[in-house]
Design a protein around this ligand. Structure first.
Ligand SMILES: NC(=O)c1ccc[n+]([C@@H]2O[C@H](COP(=O)([O-])OP(=O)(O)OC[C@H]3O[C@@H](n4cnc5c(N)ncnc54)[C@H](O)[C@@H]3O)[C@@H](O)[C@H]2O)c1
Length: 255
């Protein structure tokens, strides 16, 4: 079988763009789709039509058209997503809840299903869903945390569904990652950069390319026995975030 293409949703910006650029730089044939399609430098192919992962019709027709134009999809990266609006519980608007869940959870499921059934028929493929540490912790982003927990669960379910036909399905859970999405949250004052860094064991944010490297590994034959996992890529945020209750993380000795 030819190597096929890798499809990256949300590929025009942020973690999706970093992943598409890394994989294209490794010589893979990468096609990016986005609701706001913009080309990337570095060889990834742009699917020029707007591709909304929350639209079932777009996803079904789009995946078929992409395979017709570029050949079988053997790798899928579900990186399209929107960040949750921060609100006190009483202020959560259900239209906003629906929007976040529609894109982040329902969209991830629909793209994974449309691509995965094709991979399953060919008995070959790997899928990586971008979840979040927010799916494993709590925060005042009520729909987002629920949607990302759902992505982790969908990942396990699809891994079990397709394990016997050679399709692997995994998730990565980035910690706070320096993308435009996060920079906007910091600029608006909604998020506190020094605290995000301080709670991470490594005392810094994640770079988009570091998430891309984990995704590239999960897609590759190097991860041939790995399916159904959720890999945090978080500079030790999950490990370190509870230490505040014990006086904080230890500071390194002055060098
Ligand atoms: N940045 C972080 O700190 C962080 C942390 C954990 C998880 N994530 C997750 O990583 C993924 C990528 O986030 P990012 O930080 O790179 O954001 P980003 O805004 O930089 O990039 C997201 C991309 O998805 C596209 N997109 C949005 N809605 C879409 C839709 N309906 N259909 C198709 N494309 C759509 C956007 O146009 C954009 O190009 C998201 O799922 C996000 O929840 C981000």
């Amino acid at each position: 079988m030819s190597e096929g293409i890798i499809l990256v949703t949300g590929g025009s910006r942020g973690i999706g763009a970093a992943t598409a650029t890394l994989l294209a730089g490794q010589g893979k044939e990468v096609v990016i789709v986005d609701i706001q399609p913009e080309p990337l430098p570095g060889g990834a192919i742009l699917w020029p039509a707007p591709f909304d992962v929350a639209s079932e019709g777009t996803v079904i027709a789009g995946v078929a058209d992409i395979e017709k134009a570029h050949g079988p999809i053997t790798g899928l990266v579900n990186a399209a997503g929107i960040f949750g609006k921060m609100h006190r519980l009483e202020k959560v608007r259900m239209e906003q809840w629906d929007r976040e869940v529609n894109i982040d959870l329902r969209g991830t499921f629909m793209v994974a299903r449309s691509v995965g059934v094709r991979m399953a028929a060919r008995r070959h493929g790997a899928i990586v869903n971008v979840a979040s540490v927010a799916g494993m912790t709590s925060g005042p982003i009520h729909a987002y945390t629920a949607a990302k927990a759902g992505v982790i669960q969908v990942t396990q379910t699809l891994a079990a569904e397709w394990g016997r036909v050679g399709v692997r399905v995994n998730a990565v859970s980035p910690g706070f990652t320096r993308t435009a999405m996060l920079e906007a949250g910091i600029a608006s004052g909604a998020m506190n950069k020094p605290l995000m860094e301080r709670y991470a064991a490594m005392n810094r944010m994640v770079e988009p390319v570091e998430v891309a490297q984990a995704i590239a590994w999960l897609l590759s034959p190097l991860a041939s026995a790995v399916t159904g996992i959720n890999l945090p890529v978080d500079c030790g945020y999950l490990a370190g975030s509870t230490w505040g209750a014990y006086g904080g993380l230890p500071q390194p000795p002055a060098s």
